[in-house]
Design a protein around this ligand. Structure first.
Ligand code: CA
Length: 613
């Protein structure tokens, strides 16, 4: 009997005439799913929907409990009626909006089938096209490079000293300009800067003036020069929007401190009583409990909204930036982000709007607020699996897959896949200093769905524990760099950017082996595919082409992935590990090794011999 736990998880437009449907079934239950669909209105004269088209859904991913089946329906009419036929190999079961039935849903069909009344797809509701092709590099300006000692704040510490939460090192925008050649050679194409507006702290998340660049970083002229120089190198620039809260010195807050309820800004904050009481025992809402130097802003207040969005609009226009990262984005009023999106996109229709979110965030990702998020839930899994080794490969992949089904495909592809950031331990440190684990994690990061993201310095082996230790100064003496790691990063960035399959392709898991730790998956995009093999275990693994071929066939990829490609990437290098078993000729992946093949369709039969077999 077919299990009746199937549920339609999502249905959303993915083009002018295309509707994507995602069906969630009990794992291991269903052999095939066919969707019957058609115009929800019948042809002229008919009094019912016809549902005369049929299409097989494909099994996209599995988690511990469920299998997710996905399909893209296409209709000129843009008005869809549909129902599913589930088949477990013995029995069949119909599934429509009215529930399950052994026979075809009763007439009139328009009443019983699922309906998507009309597709209102718009490019404006999607992340900008470039977002999925981004390779992001995050800079914490005080720590990247000091290009102008004249603007150093008082008490600036010697470059490279271990940071405390209060230390300043004099890094600035000129320092970034001075090192753009480094970033160009690295190959990144998107630069994200943590806040640059006037604020007393080194991190500048306590904004004092939203309309002024912090003088320790430079001025409007330096900021414009930085953006122009980045654009000349094909690098886009994303700035940090800190709108959930302001700094203690923000003039409207100070006015409210002075005048209490008589201040026109009193209602900009959540204040209990008639006067503000500051300090640890403060009587207003703050960013996180007890952080009284960061009062929370009432982003549902029209004047607050006008002021902050006006500032963001101004900077988007004045500097010509390419997007905003929204600090504590999920605690700001949704209507604030809706207006923000409309107005920022009016200035720059390609602006990326990416939220900070440490949890599932689909409420903000429906196309009217944020384009995507910094993928912290993904980071947690990578840290536990690759870094701390607290999770086996199956649990890791199942948890990843559950996360991937949270969002629309275009959103998942634009999310920033971070291994580390200014808010968490350096990934090499999370790996206990074991570089091979960092390298393996980065191969996954650069080949899976989502935009890879580098926190400055991780690419040259910078280490550090939780904040403030993760915010150490970037060393500029190449003698201090891990050159081998840097080369590894450069090769991965080139791989990602040269093959569009990584930014655009579907991802299909082929092998997840608890016993050996082998994780192999395919990325498929029209005529191109990539086969990615990661040995996450402690012993060498022999790669077996037959297993890949069988898995690919089971997942509806036919012979696509079984066709061999060109070995495009491997770690450790061929020289150091000898990638082939001299006896069988089969490819061997050493412990923590990874290999990526790229192939195109159609491949000729004789090239089969060149594959990983
Ligand atoms: Ca400086």
């Amino acid at each position: 009997m077919v299990n009746r736990h199937a549920i339609q998880l999502k249905a959303y437009p993915c083009g002018q005439n295309r509707l994507k449907v995602v069906l969630r079934c009990a794992r291991g239950d269903i052999k095939s799913v066919i969707v019957n669909y058609g115009d929800r209105y019948g042809p002229p004269g008919a009094d019912d929907a016809q549902l005369d088209r049929r299409m097989k859904l494909y099994p996209a991913v599995e988690d511990d409990l469920y299998q997710y089946w996905v399909g893209e329906l296409e209709l000129e009419a843009r008005r869809f009626g549909y129902c599913f036929l589930l088949d477990d190999g013995q029995d069949k079961l119909w599934y429509s909006e009215t529930g399950f039935s052994l026979c075809r849903p009763p007439k009139p069909l328009w009443r019983s089938c699922f309906e998507y009344p009309y597709l209102w797809w718009s490019e404006a509701d999607e992340p900008p096209a470039w977002a999925r092709e981004a390779v992001v590099y995050q800079i914490f300006p005080d720590r990247f490079a000091n290009g102008d000692p004249k603007n150093d704040p008082p008490g600036t510490r010697p470059w490279g000293e271990r940071p405390t939460s209060r230390s300043f090192f004099g890094g600035d925008l000129q320092g970034i300009i001075d090192h753009l050649d480094y970033l160009g050679e690295l190959g990144i194409n998107c630069l994200y800067l943590t806040p640059i507006f006037r604020a007393p702290s080194n991190h500048k998340y306590d904004t004092e003036d939203y309309l002024e660049i912090d003088p320790a970083f430079g001025d409007k002229r330096t900021a414009r020069a930085l953006v122009e120089a980045c654009h000349a190198k094909g690098i886009r620039v994303v700035l940090d929007a800190v709108f959930n809260h302001c700094g203690y010195n923000f003039a409207p807050f100070q006015d409210a401190v002075r005048r209490g309820r008589r201040s026109p800004y009193f209602d900009w904050f959540f204040i209990q009583g008639e006067h503000i009481r500051t300090g640890p025992d403060c009587n207003y809402e703050t960013f996180a409990t007890g952080v009284w130097s960061m009062p929370k802003l009432r982003t549902d207040h029209p004047a607050v909204r006008e002021y902050l969005i006006g500032a963001a609009e101004l900077w988007t226009r004045e500097l010509g930036i390419d997007g905003w990262r929204l600090d504590v984005g999920n605690e700001v009023h949704p209507e604030f982000w809706r207006e923000f999106r409309r107005r920022i996109r009016a200035v720059n229709p390609e602006a990326l709007i990416i939220g900070e979110a440490w949890h599932e965030a689909s409420a903000f990702l429906q196309g009217d607020q944020m384009d995507a998020v910094m993928n912290y839930p993904w980071q947690h899994l990578c840290e536990e699996f690759f870094g701390r080794r607290t999770m086996d490969v199956r649990t890791f992949v199942e948890a990843l897959n559950r996360q991937r089904m949270w969002y629309r495909e275009s959103v998942a592809a634009a999310c920033w896949n971070i291994l580390d950031s200014h808010d968490c331990m350096r990934f090499l440190t999370a790996c206990g200093g074991e570089k091979a684990r960092l390298k393996l994690a980065t191969v996954f990061q650069f080949t899976t769905i989502g935009a890879p993201y580098i926190f400055y310095g991780t690419e040259i082996g910078l280490t550090g524990g939780e904040d403030p230790d993760c915010r150490r100064c970037m060393p500029w003496d190449p003698e201090e760099w891990d050159q081998e790691l840097l080369t590894h990063y450069k090769r991965l960035i080139r791989l990602r950017r040269e093959h569009r399959v990584f930014a655009h392709g579907r991802q299909v898991d082929l092998v997840v082996e608890e016993e050996t730790g082998l994780y192999a998956f395919a990325r498929v995009d029209g005529s191109e595919y990539a086969l990615v093999c990661l040995n996450t275990g402690d012993r060498p693994v022999v790669l077996d082409q037959t297993t890949f071929r069988k898995a690919a066939e089971e997942r509806g990829l036919g012979g696509v992935v079984a066709r061999p490609g060109i070995l495009a990437f491997q770690t450790p290098s061929r020289e150091s590990c000898g990638l082939r078993d001299p006896e069988s000729g089969k490819v061997i992946l050493p412990p923590l090794g990874a290999a990526v093949w790229i192939g195109g369709l159609p491949a000729s039969e004789e090239s089969l011999a060149k594959g990983p077999e």
